[in-house]
Design a protein around this ligand. Structure first.
Ligand SMILES: Nc1nc2c(ncn2[C@@H]2O[C@H](COP(=O)(O)OP(=O)(O)O)[C@@H](O)[C@H]2O)c(=O)[nH]1
Ligand SMILES: [Mg+2]
Length: 277
């Protein structure tokens, strides 16, 4: 009896079929992540999700991340076609722009669920099956891996300054946009295809990290639910953070711009459904 009970809780037990068979794309923007990309790829492909595609979006990283990713993709696809793709962009334009390119590629490839996560192993890929289970059972538009809901946590390596900045950013954004979220700036998420298709990705205004906030805002405007599940957020594995002053400044202005912008028309299927009805 005891053994049976234990077998249900081990992470090695197979996932139920609707989760396991889901077409999931994992989009990872990279800029100088040469020390992390191989480990990240190994851990993503070790998940019990045979229809998962990893999509790296590299902005011509000077440390050669793009070439390493190409090599990893060649090997992964030789084993199983469609396991990994690399989008190469010529110029570093910020994480927001890289995500727009990556999310579009995920939709083009027909993914039903699209994960976005950092390439520095701050976000543990092992949470992806839980996100999938949650998005399916809660019928959420998006699931956020949250550092600030009950059970969520931050690496002890995060100093006081970064903790305060992150908390302040959350309070500031929520005060302006009134999003009922604990981790409104978090970057580890899973989107449902139908929701992404109804967001006009070409109209995203954020170049940098405020992309996360802007997407939450647009999701809520569509009337979709946003569900947070706890994660432990690690310090980056190797390399250094790319947050610059310009990006922080943009993150200050974006919530205000979104709050006072005129409401956009829904796109894609929503617009088509409307004009039909
Ligand atoms: N393609 C691309 N990736 C970026 C850019 N800026 C940051 N990233 C990636 O976005 C992820 C998060 O960035 P990071 O520097 O770790 O931000 P932090 O965790 O907030 O310090 C990492 O995978 C970075 O390599 C960019 O301009 N282009
Ligand atoms: Mg990071």
């Amino acid at each position: 009896m005891k053994n049976i009970a234990r077998s249900y809780v081990t992470d090695a037990s197979p996932l139920p079929a609707p989760w396991r068979d889901a077409h999931v794309a994992v989009v990872v923007p990279t800029y100088d992540e040469a020390g992390n990309i191989a480990e990240l790829t190994r851990r993503v492909h070790a998940l019990d999700l045979p229809n998962l595609t990893l999509i790296i979006v590299d902005d011509d990283s000077p440390d050669g991340t793009g070439a390493i990713a190409d090599d990893l993709a060649r090997r992964a696809n030789a084993d199983r076609p469609g396991r990994m793709a690399v989008v190469h962009r010529k110029v570093k334009e910020g994480i927001g722009r890289a995500y727009v390119a990556g999310l579009k590629e995920a939709l083009r490839r027909g993914a039903d669920f699209v994960v976005q996560m950092d390439g520095d192993l701050s976000h543990r890929p092992e949470y992806i099956p839980r996100m999938l289970g949650t998005i399916m059972s809660a019928q959420a538009g998006v699931v956020i891996g949250s550092r600030y809901v009950s059970g969520g946590s931050l690496s002890a390596d995060w100093g006081r300054h970064r903790r305060l900045l992150s908390r302040f950013a959350g309070i500031y954004v929520n005060a302006i946009l009134k999003l009922p979220l604990r981790d409104v700036t978090g970057g580890f998420k899973m989107w449902r295809r139908e929701v992404l298709k109804n967001i006009d990705l070409d109209a995203i205004r954020s170049d940098g990290y405020s992309f996360q906030v802007e997407m939450n805002h647009l999701c809520r405007q569509l009337g979709q639910s946003i569900v947070e599940i706890p994660i432990h957020f690690e310090e980056r594995n190797s390399g250094s953070s790319k947050i610059s002053f310009a990006v922080q400044f943009e993150s200050m202005l974006t919530p205000l711009a979104l709050r006072f912008a005129t409401r956009r028309e829904p796109v894609g299927e929503a617009r088509a459904a409307r004009s039909m009805g």
